[in-house]
Design a protein around this ligand. Structure first.
Ligand SMILES: *[C@@H]1O[C@H](CO)[C@@H](O)[C@H](O)[C@H]1NC(C)=O
Length: 240
């Protein structure tokens, strides 16, 4: 108890994020992605795909996810294992409560909502070679009390999707990210924003700005760091 108090104090503003993978309550293996409408509470079970579908950074699709959430669905208290490829796909707005990725494959979650707000409350992701969260839809994604360890970017607006555009708005608060790149990769030509507050990134990396496109080309990086307009940063610390 005393130890826990000391740790919470040291992590300061971002004390709400849990920084270790929770113990699992058991393992369940599924041959296909699990569809979720309404609510699914996994009770901290670890979910795997059998046979495994992870092919690292090879482009996979929704069928290779572990969970496919319909508009308005909520997924809570799950650990997503190494054998799946695309984690969670949200077809509309969704809420992810205490969702953990033990080892991200292609990415951890993809947001495809046409508008509205999706929420990630707590949870964390380990070992994302590239992106943790892929934002392909529109509207807002709010990430609170989240932990990322060993990753490329925490969230990236789609750089070159068909029908690409925006704006996409990202909010990251009370979170911790270590051993990785920027928190947000946004397309400023589409009016994207990233608002970061009370968060720790161990190199102080906040945003990279890109010129997104809809023709599949590699997007051009056009800036980096807080500009008070598209990348708004308050209380970003490096000691995490
Ligand atoms: C930044 O941190 C200070 C001190 O803890 C706090 O008073 C303030 O509300 C924080 N700012 C935001 C935008 O949360």
């Amino acid at each position: 108890m005393k130890h826990a108090t000391v740790l919470a104090f040291v992590s300061g503003a971002a004390a709400a994020a849990t920084t270790t993978l929770p113990a699992s309550a058991g393992v369940t293996s599924e041959p296909t992605a699990i569809p979720v409408s309404g609510e699914h509470d996994g009770g901290m079970m670890r979910y795997e795909r059998e046979p495994a579908v992870c092919q690292e950074q090879t482009e996979t699709g929704e069928d290779d996810a572990m969970f496919i959430l319909e508009d308005g669905a909520t997924l809570s208290n799950v650990i997503i294992g190494t054998s799946q490829a695309e984690g969670v796909h949200c077809r509309g707005t969704c809420t992810l409560n205490n969702v953990w990725w033990a080892d991200v494959c292609e990415d951890a979650a993809t947001f495809k909502q046409e508008s509205g707000t999706s929420y990630i409350n707590g949870g964390g992701a380990f070992h994302a070679d590239d992106k943790v969260f892929q934002f392909n839809g529109r509207g807002t994604v709010v990430i609170s009390d989240f932990y990322a360890n060993d990753y490329g970017k925490v969230v990236r607006s789609c750089g070159n999707c068909d029908d690409n555009g925006g704006p996409r708005n990202v909010v990251i608060e009370d979170s911790v990210a270590v051993d990785g790149g920027v928190l947000c990769g946004i397309n400023t030509n589409y009016g994207d924003t990233c608002q970061i507050s009370n968060t720790c990134q161990d190199d102080g990396k906040s945003c990279d700005m890109y010129e997104g496109n809809a023709d599949g080309d590699e997007p051009t990086k056009i800036g980096s760091g807080p500009d008070g307009e598209s990348c708004i940063v308050t209380n970003l610390t490096e000691d995490c």
